[in-house]
Ligand binder design. Structure first.
Ligand SMILES: [Zn+2]
Length: 299
């Protein structure tokens, strides 16, 4: 034996195959290991216990990773844009709803935002039960009750007006409700005023800042009033629907060869819509589109 072989023979562990026993996993085949003739025999670990330990370590690492991720997510801002924009978004609560039920459009007022107003019975009782209450107090309460009643009545009246005006708009704008803005009919305040037998100024007042929820989206009631453009067939088209028309034409234009306003006039003419170039310019500006010279893309 070479000296190295002698060294190894003396120091290499002695491995002795054996059937071992784990109190948890039962019998397994492994080996006893003896590092030195004088040291104790050591059984090789149970594969079942080893697997469990490995699984525990993996789970630990997984949990740590999850905790780190949760910590990171917790530090993030769910509304990252708000640092760059302090504009508050106006959420519109419709004042009135138009639902399509079967073939009918039904108008329903939104009473949600309205407080349920009533006179506090305490004050009524004072008037009824204590007629001898000091003259000044009685008069004061009477006066307040009168103005409260007036307020309640005007709110109800305003609601009724919104309801009637919306119903009238639905009647005139059935095509729009069915098919969208391209079918918006020209309509002026006077049309509705005559229909509901109210003054034009009242209609104007109740349609400003009042919103209707329709199957086509949410619109200010005022939106439905718009001037008309004549077609060569002698019909009238709503300016809003002409604007929509222009929007659709521009959406399809070749960005390298944008339509000039005059070109738009010609295209609309082919659709029987006769409209002056300056009106096209006005509508184009209203829908927020730059002139063709500025829209042109070189590359
Ligand atoms: Zn085991």
């Amino acid at each position: 034996m070479t000296p190295i072989q002698k060294f190894l023979a003396r120091h290499a562990p002695i491995l002795e195959p054996a059937t071992l026993y784990c109190p948890e996993h039962g019998e397994y085949s492994g080996q006893y290991e003896q590092i030195h003739p004088n040291s104790e025999r050591r059984p090789s670990p149970c594969p079942g216990c080893q697997a469990r330990r490995a699984a525990e370590l993996a789970e630990d690492r997984q949990r740590q990773a999850e905790r780190a991720a949760a910590r990171l997510i917790g530090e993030l801002d769910p509304r990252p844009g708000r640092y760059y924009n302090d504009e508050t978004i106006p959420y519109i609560t419709p004042d009135v709803f138009v639902y399509k039920i079967g073939d009918e459009y039904v108008v329903v007022l939104n009473e949600d935002g309205l407080p349920k107003l009533r006179i506090n019975p305490y004050y009524r009782d004072i008037l009824r039960e204590r007629p001898q209450a000091a003259g000044g107090a009685k008069e004061y309460i009477n006066d307040k009750i009168r103005s409260a009643l007036w307020l309640i009545k005007s709110i109800h009246q305003r609601q009724r007006t919104v309801y009637r005006v919306t119903k009238s708009i639905v009647k005139f704008q059935r095509g729009f409700l069915d098919k969208g803005v391209a079918y918006l009919k020209p309509m002026v305040l006077k049309d509705v005023a005559m229909d509901v037998e109210m003054h034009e100024s009242t209609i104007s007042r109740v349609t400003s800042n009042k919103y209707v929820h329709t199957p086509q989206g949410i619109f200010e009631l005022k939106y439905f009033f718009n001037s008309s453009i004549s077609t060569s067939r002698g019909e009238n088209v709503a300016s809003e629907s002409v604007k929509e028309n222009i929007r659709q034409i521009l959406a399809k234009e070749d960005p390298q060869k944008p339509y000039s306003d005059q070109a738009l006039v010609e295209i609309l003419k082919k659709q029987d819509i006769l409209i002056a170039r300056r009106t096209v310019t006005k509508y184009r500006e209203m829908i927020g589109v730059l002139p063709s010279t500025r829209r042109k893309q070189i590359i």
